[in-house]
Design a protein around this ligand. Sequence first.
Ligand code: 5GP
Length: 203
Amino acid sequence: MLVLSSPSGAGKTTISRELLRLEGNLMMSVSTTTRPMRPGETEGVDYNFADEVTFQKLVDDGGMLEHAQVFDNFYGTPRAPVEDALAKGADVLFDIDWQGTQQLAADKATGDDLVSVFILPPSTEELESRLHRRAQDSDEVVRQRMSKAADEMSHYQEYTYIIVNEVIDQSVERVRAILAAERAKRTRQVGLHDFVQNLRGAE
Ligand code: 5GP
């Protein structure tokens, strides 16, 4: 379970897209949200869009692995697709905030498997200009997101890996290096005991 968190505009979405393109056996967890769809977004690809009643019912039924309020909207990770992917041996990429990461880290069932990466922008100016360039949000929303970015970034210490996203390709390669190292961990390799026994020619 590979979590990428960052303030909006730090480049996390681009990094995620590149990772999915370049990495085999990695699937994106598609979150459910109550926020309105932005231009260019696709239902079921970027998010599952839901009203608050539907969202709350999913939470009440235990259908969310984690959920949180971000700005004025609710966001959550549907449980079933993640559990299915992990059971098939796939790795799962999450674009969730610090609240969701805390919940996954605290949960016994998910905490041990979690690899958390926090993406920082190179500077405040760059963050602001990226939010404006994106131009999907109103000036008011950009202001709101800038003021939230400081809060979001105060949680960097809760993450194992930190990447300052100056050059996108380098950041992608850093996340891929993290993924490769984590995949190589002894404890993550299924069937290793039998494999080594076989190599040793043991009965
Ligand atoms: P946006 O509205 O810009 O797509 O996302 C706003 C924030 O919500 C981002 O920081 C994103 O990581 C976070 N987010 C998206 N999906 C989820 C989710 O399922 N759970 C949690 N906890 N945060 C999410």
